[in-house]
Design a binder for this molecule. Structure first.
Ligand code: ATP
Length: 597
């Protein structure tokens, strides 16, 4: 396949903000492609070289890319830098410069396979001299590219591809191109993806063996599974009612979700909630998991929380966030912030996947294969069948440093549902009891310039929730409160890779920020209450026509949700159910503690 075809599709994708249109463009693009090009096209279109969990990075800084562009086009480097500053996009500048030069027409057209191979070599270059090597490969590649191809290559390399193709849209396109486009087909493709976290792999199987072939795609140790997620209920009585009167309650630990893959041989690997490998940050867990899992292979899931090893007391979550992304000083931090993994599920054991077994069976299995150590323990659990016992357990959980309880269904069919949110798991947190709403994880989609003390930098941010059904981001608040100086300084750095000149595809809001942002950074906020708004667009029209949901008095909690990607932020559906439960609590007849806020 020629790379030019892909570039053409990207131009069309960039030009639309409509999801249906994107789906059609993508479906048309992929329909004629066969493996192995198919996987390459899918990864590239998401700005990746390999499935996200493999964490393959190109390691090309802006300055390196500018050097490569200068080499490829014969322009002077300062000139490239100046033009890029003006246009705000080195990709367009590259296209402009490539358009000026006379290309050697004897050049073979670029192929997807060739571009992919070059990009992979750039990613693979490590160690001394690698910077030069990266520049040389990129310059050579650009030297053979047409202006449009060059634009997309540079944007890809810098991580600023703006085609806005997310997983859910790709799944739609695959169903349309290779299935019958029906909902059921789409669901089967999605569930294969949820188990493998690899769109390239799923698409390959779909083309080679058809939709039925997907049933054989299974779980493998070393390849992360997309996490099962919980719904919420406003009180314990409703939780029990949902679960049919009886449920397993567990402490809800407030830390980092960890999926631990313990192979029979080879290194233990830990993955975060968004499937990033985090093994290097928790060497002591890697080590103790070997001891704790008597008969590998196994895949376990648990929550990693800071703990005081002398008193066994759980410490505030903020402590553990100090360890994220930390490469140096690890030994010291390890000692300062010891962590413990509270294991709550098992997905693979005894050489076979067990995620389809009912929850009670999985828990029994977990208890039989886990030999608890100091740092790897079982999540505390109790089966309850009445509200009084549930309340007592909840209070015990809070006293022990938990943030509430997680209820797990014991009904038939309580399999582990990878990547799905449902009432098989229900979370109930302390905040609900105080009449306040839960925290919300919002995606930054825009920024406003500050005034007064904040002049010259961003002072507030436009946040959105995710609507998976329409694959779009809907604004629900503008937040400027809760940022200390350090965090305010940090924001531009975090946001830079996501800055956009115009409203990016799939953003719904009635506000126009000073700077648009492509969805990337996720912040945790709290507020007084959810209200109806003519400006914000979350769950618009669900409560009242033309009105969306907005958060009153929003406040950043100080917690960056680096463990969540933008599509894992709070959804508009969740916001709606928070709004509804708030309305229920506020109703005088409910006997609750009154209106929130
Ligand atoms: P969500 O995962 O529902 O999108 P979130 O990451 O913001 O939301 P919460 O809503 O607070 O987290 O609750 C869900 C999370 O609780 C799980 O993803 C998991 O990390 C954590 N957790 C803590 N204890 C347990 C437990 N016993 N069983 C399952 N999950 C638990």
């Amino acid at each position: 396949m020629h790379f030019a075809e892909l570039a053409r599709a990207y131009e069309r994708l960039e030009a639309t903000t409509k999801r249906l249109e994107m789906r059609t463009i993508l479906a048309d693009l992929v329909r004629p492609i066969r493996p192995p090009d198919l996987a390459r096209v899918l990864y590239l279109s998401q700005g990746l070289l390999r499935p996200e969990y493999e964490g393959v990075e190109l390691g090309v800084a802006d300055s390196l890319a500018r050097r490569a562009v200068a080499l490829a086009t014969g322009a002077e480097e300062p000139d490239v830098a100046r033009r890029a500053k003006e246009s705000g996009d080195l990709g367009s500048t590259t296209a402009e410069l490539l358009g000026k030069g006379r290309r050697l027409d004897a050049n073979e057209p670029l192929s997807v396979a060739g571009v992919y191979a070059d990009l992979s070599r750039i990613a693979a270059a490590k160690g001394p001299g690698s910077q030069e090597e990266k520049v040389a490969i990129l310059a050579q590649l650009l030297g053979r590219a047409t202006p449009v191809e060059g634009k997309f290559v540079v944007r890809f390399v810098l991580g600023t591809l703006r085609v806005g193709v997310r997983e859910m849209t790709i799944l739609d396109a695959l169903a349309e191109a290779f299935g019958d486009g029906a909902k059921a087909t789409r669901a089967r493709i999605e569930s294969a993806f949820n188990l493998t976290s690899d769109l390239g792999l799923v698409a390959g199987v779909l083309v080679d063996r058809g939709v039925d072939g997907l049933e054989k795609v299974g779980v493998e140790v070393g390849r992360p599974i997309r996490p099962m997620l919980a719904e919420r209920e406003p009180d314990l009585a409703s939780v029990l009612e949902r679960m049919g009167g009886r449920a397993a309650l567990e402490y809800k630990y407030d830390g980092l979700r960890v999926q631990a893959h313990v192979p029979a041989r080879g290194p233990v690997r830990l993955f975060s909630r968004r499937l990033e490998e985090i093994s290097a940050q928790f060497p002591e867990l890697v080590e103790e998991l070997r001891t704790a899992v008597g008969s590998p292979p196994a895949i376990l899931e648990g929550e990693c929380v800071p703990i005081d090893l002398d008193t066994d007391e759980i410490q505030p979550f903020q402590e553990v966030s100090r360890r994220r992304g930390r490469k140096h000083d690890l030994a010291r931090v390890q000692e300062e912030v010891p962590v413990c993994l509270f294991v709550f599920d098992v997905l693979y054991a005894g050489s076979e996947p067990v995620y389809l077994k009912d929850f009670a069976e999985r828990r029994a299995l977990l208890e039989s294969i886990l030999r608890p150590t100091d740092r790897v323990r079982l999540a505390v659990q109790e089966v309850v069948a009445d509200v009084a016992s549930a309340t007592r357990f909840f209070e015990q959980a809070i006293a022990a440093g938990g943030e509430g309880v997680m209820a797990k269904s014991l009904k038939d069919g309580s399999a582990y549902r990878a990547g799905a949110r449902g009432y098989w798991w229900i979370k109930y947190k302390r905040e609900y009891t105080a009449g306040l709403s839960d925290s919300i994880d919002g995606v930054v989609v825009g920024a406003f310039l500050g005034r007064g003390r904040r002049a010259g930098r961003y002072g507030a941010f436009l946040l959105a929730v995710y609507d998976p059904e329409h694959d779009r981001f809907e604004s629900f608040c503008k937040v400027g409160t809760g940022f200390d100086d350090a965090r305010l300084e940090e924001m531009p750095k975090r946001l830079r890779p996501f800055e956009a000149d115009a409203a990016p595809a799939g953003i719904e809001t009635g506000l126009v920020p000073d700077r648009w942002m492509r969805p990337g950074v996720v912040l945790e906020v709290r507020g007084a209450e959810l209200t109806l708004s003519p400006i914000h667009r979350a769950a618009r029209g669900e409560v009242r026509p033309e009105a969306g949901l907005a958060l009153r008095f929003p406040r950043f909690t100080g917690r960056f949700r680096d463990d969540k990607g933008p599509t894992e932020a709070t959804t508009s559906g969740e916001l709606l159910s928070m709004y509804r439960s708030q309305v229920r609590q506020a109703a005088p007849s409910s006997g609750s503690e009154g209106a929130p806020g």
